[in-house]
Design a protein. Structure first.
Lengths: 373, 225
C-alpha cells in the first residue's frame, strides 16, 4: 500500500475536487446522524454541525489510507455482501477508497498460502496501524475446532490479528454478539469478538446484516478523527445506535393511536398500521434502519410491512418468537411444570389440612376426659 | 448487567419461576380452603341453596353496592367504594383488554381476543392509578382504616401499585430507555405474582368462594342476604 494521502488516491481514481467535497459533506452528514431529531430528552443539539465537511476534507487530504484486515469466521458473508452490493455508490466507493482492504477471504483474488503470507506481511508492516474487521462468530468449544482456516482455529487467528490492530470492528450480529451460531443450544460455543478480546476496545456494528452505511460511517469516523466514535453500553457507535427503531418509525403515530395490524393481510396491514401485534421488536431495538434505510433510502423492513426482528440486539435469535408480541414472556412454564407445581401445592395443602384436623381431633377427644377429671 | 439483560431475565427465567410460585401457592391455598369446609351437610335446608348463591352474587356483586340508597355502607365509605370500584374496573379491563397484555395471555394460553384501542385503556389505567392514590390517602387519613392497616397491607398496596405505574410510564415513554421501563414493569409484575398467594390479593379467587359459601348459608336458612 503506497503512502499517499486519501485525496491523492482519489485524484488518481479520477474524482474531481467538487465530487470530493460533496462526498466529504455526505460523510459529515452520516457521522452527525446522532444529532437528528428526535433529540434525547433534555439534550439540545448544541454540537450540531460539529463534524463539518471541511473537517472531513482536511483529514482525507492529509491522511494515508487505512489498511484493513477482514476476517470471516462462522458467518454467511452477508455483511460483506451488503457492503459490496450497496446501492449507495458514492459513499461506499469513497470509504472503499479511504480504506485499503489487504485481506478478505471472500473477495481476495489470490488463494492458498500466498494469501496467508500476504496477510502476515501486512500485519507485520502495519503493526499498530491496521483496522481489524471481524465478520462471523468465533466458536470456543473443543478448543476452536469447529472453524479452522489454513489449519488454524478461528480463535487463534483472531487473537493473533487483534494483537497488532489499532482498532477492532465487529460487523454483523454474529461477530458482535454471537448472532445465529450462538442461538440455543449453541453447539459450537460461539462467542462475539468482545467476549474474547478484552484488552482492546471492540466496536460493535450489529445487524443482520450490518447496515453498510453504518459500517462505512464508523470507519470514516476512525479515519477522520483517528479514534472510534462514542459507544453505548454494548460498544455500538452512538451516532447510529442512539435511538430505537420505534423512536423513528414511520408507523409510530399508529402505535400511539392504538391502531395495529392484526395479521399480514387484514385492513390494518393494508392501511400501514403499527406492527406491534405481529411481533415488532422496534421498541427495544437500537439501530439506524428507520433513518438510513436500505437501497439508497428506499425502504426498511417495517416500512415494507414486516415487523422488526431486533437483529442488532444480543441474543435476538432467542429473544422470543419473531411473530410473537414483544410483551409476551420469553419462556413460559411447560404444562408438566405447571402440573407439578399445582400438584405440589395441592398435596402440601391437603397434608397441612389433615395434620391440622388430626391435631384438632386429638384435642377434641382429650377435652371431655379433662372435663371429667 | 445492562437494562436489556435485566429485561431478558425478568421476561424469561424470573417470569417462569414467578408463575410456578403463583400456581403452586394458589393451589396450596385452595386446597387449604377446600379441606376446611369438607363436611357433609346433614341439616335439611329451609330454602334453595342455589337461589341463595344467585342472590348473593347479584346483591354483593358488581352493581348493587354502588347504588347509594340501597346500602348504607356506600354513603359511609364513599372513597372505598368509588376508588375501590374504579381501581378494580380499570385494572381488570387493562389487564384483559389491553393489547400488550392480551399478547402476553395469548402466548400463555394459546389463543387471543380483540382488544380495546389504546386511548381507552390508557384512560382507564390513569383512572385506576388515581384511584389507588386515593385509596392510599384514605388509609393514611381514615381512623378506622388506620387501625385495619398493617405492614402486609402497605406491601399489598405497593406491590400492586408498582406494576400499574411502571406500565403507565412505559406506555407513555416517560422512562428512557424503553427497555429500562419494560424491565422495571416486568420485575414488578414478577414480584407481584410471587406475593399474591402469600397475601390477601388472593381474594381475586377467594372472593368467589366466600360469596358462594355465604349464598349457600343464606339459601339454606331461607333468609334474604
Amino acid at each position: 500500500m503506497p503512502e499517499e494521502t486519501i485525496y491523492e488516491h482519489l485524484q488518481k481514481e479520477g474524482v474531481s475536487r467538487r465530487d470530493f467535497i460533496k462526498m466529504c459533506g455526505m460523510l459529515a452528514g452520516v457521522m452527525g446522524l446522532g444529532q437528528l431529531p428526535p433529540f434525547e430528552m433534555g439534550k439540545t443539539p448544541t454540537d450540531l454541525g460539529a463534524v463539518t465537511a471541511k473537517q472531513v476534507a482536511r483529514a482525507l487530504e492529509s491522511k494515508p489510507r487505512v489498511p484493513v484486515i477482514w476476517l470471516e469466521f462462522q458467518d454467511c458473508a452477508g455483511c460483506s455482501e451488503a457492503l459490496t452490493r450497496s446501492q449507495s455508490p458514492t459513499l461506499i466507493d469513497l470509504v472503499l477508497n479511504v480504506i485499503s482492504v489487504e485481506y478478505h477471504e471472500t473477495l481476495t483474488a489470490a488463494a492458498g498460502f500466498q494469501t496467508e503470507a500476504n496477510k502476515e506481511s501486512v500485519m507485520e508492516q502495519y503493526r499498530g496501524q491496521y483496522v481489524l474487521v471481524v465478520e462471523g462468530s468465533i466458536p470456543s468449544g473443543e478448543n476452536g475446532a469447529y472453524c479452522t482456516i489454513g489449519g488454524r482455529s478461528a480463535l487463534d487467528l483472531l487473537k493473533e490479528a487483534a494483537d497488532g490492530a489499532a482498532a477492532i470492528i465487529a460487523t454483523g450480529n454474529c461477530a458482535a454478539f454471537g448472532g445465529l451460531p450462538k442461538a440455543k443450544p449453541n453447539p459450537t460455543g460461539a462467542k462475539g469478538v468482545w467476549e474474547i478480546i478484552t484488552d482492546k476496545p471492540v466496536l460493535n456494528i450489529p445487524g443482520c446484516p450490518a447496515i453498510p452505511e453504518v459500517f462505512t460511517g464508523s470507519v470514516a469516523h476512525f479515519v477522520v478523527f483517528g479514534a472510534l466514535p462514542e459507544l453505548d453500553s454494548l460498544n455500538r457507535p452512538m451516532p447510529f445506535y442512539g435511538h430505537t427503531i420505534h423512536d423513528r418509525c414511520l408507523r409510530r403515530p399508529f402505535y400511539e393511536a392504538g391502531k395495529f395490524a392484526g395479521s399480514f393481510d387484514d385492513e390494518g396491514a393494508k392501511q400501514g398500521w403499527c406492527l406491534y401485534k405481529l411481533g415488532c421488536k422496534g421498541p427495544t431495538t437500537y439501530n439506524a434502519c428507520a433513518v438510513m434505510k436500505w437501497d439508497q433510502g428506499l425502504s426498511f423492513p417495517v416500512q415494507s410491512g414486516h415487523p422488526c426482528l431486533g437483529c442488532s440486539e444480543p441474543n435476538f435469535w432467542d429473544g422470543g418468537g419473531f411473530y410473537q408480541g414483544q410483551s409476551a414472556p420469553l419462556t413460559r412454564p411447560e404444562v408438566t411444570m405447571v402440573g407439578a407445581a399445582a400438584a405440589a401445592g395441592a398435596v402440601a395443602g391437603a397434608a397441612v389440612s389433615s395434620i391440622g384436623k388430626a391435631k384438632k381431633k386429638t384435642t377434641d377427644d382429650a377435652q371431655p376426659a379433662q372435663d371429667g377429671d | 448487567m445492562n437494562w436489556y439483560t435485566l429485561l431478558e431475565f425478568a421476561r424469561g427465567p424470573l417470569f417462569k419461576v414467578a408463575w410456578l410460585v403463583f400456581i403452586g401457592g394458589m393451589t396450596y391455598r385452595l386446597a387449604r380452603v377446600i379441606f376446611l369446609a369438607w363436611k357433609k351437610d346433614k341439616v335439611p335446608s329451609m330454602g334453595s341453596k342455589l337461589g341463595g348463591v344467585v342472590k348473593s352474587y347479584l346483591k354483593g356483586g358488581i352493581v348493587w353496592p354502588f347504588i347509594p340508597w340501597v346500602k348504607r355502607t356506600f354513603s359511609k365509605n364513599m372513597v372505598t367504594y368509588l376508588a375501590g370500584g374504579l381501581f378494580h374496573l380499570g385494572l381488570l379491563v387493562v389487564l384483559i383488554l389491553g393489547t400488550p397484555h392480551m399478547l402476553a395471555w395469548k402466548s400463555l394460553l394459546g389463543f387471543g381476543w380483540p382488544t380495546l384501542p389504546l386511548p381507552i385503556t390508557d384512560w382507564l389505567a390513569a383512572v385506576s392509578i388515581v384511584a389507588m392514590i386515593a385509596l392510599l390517602i384514605n388509609r393514611l387519613v381514615n381512623p378506622v382504616m388506620k387501625l385495619l392497616t398493617g405492614p402486609a397491607e402497605w406491601l399489598n398496596w405497593t406491590l400492586v401499585f408498582l406494576p400499574m405505574v411502571s406500565g403507565y410510564l412505559m406506555t407513555h415513554h416517560l422512562i428512557n430507555p424503553y427497555e429500562k421501563a419494560f424491565a422495571l414493569h416486568m420485575l414488578t409484575v414478577d414480584f407481584l405474582l410471587i406475593w399474591i398467594p402469600l397475601s390477601r390479593i388472593s381474594h381475586f379467587i377467594f372472593y368467589f368462594f366466600s360469596r358462594t359459601r355465604q349464598g349457600i348459608y343464606f339459601g339454606k336458612r331461607g333468609v334474604n342476604p
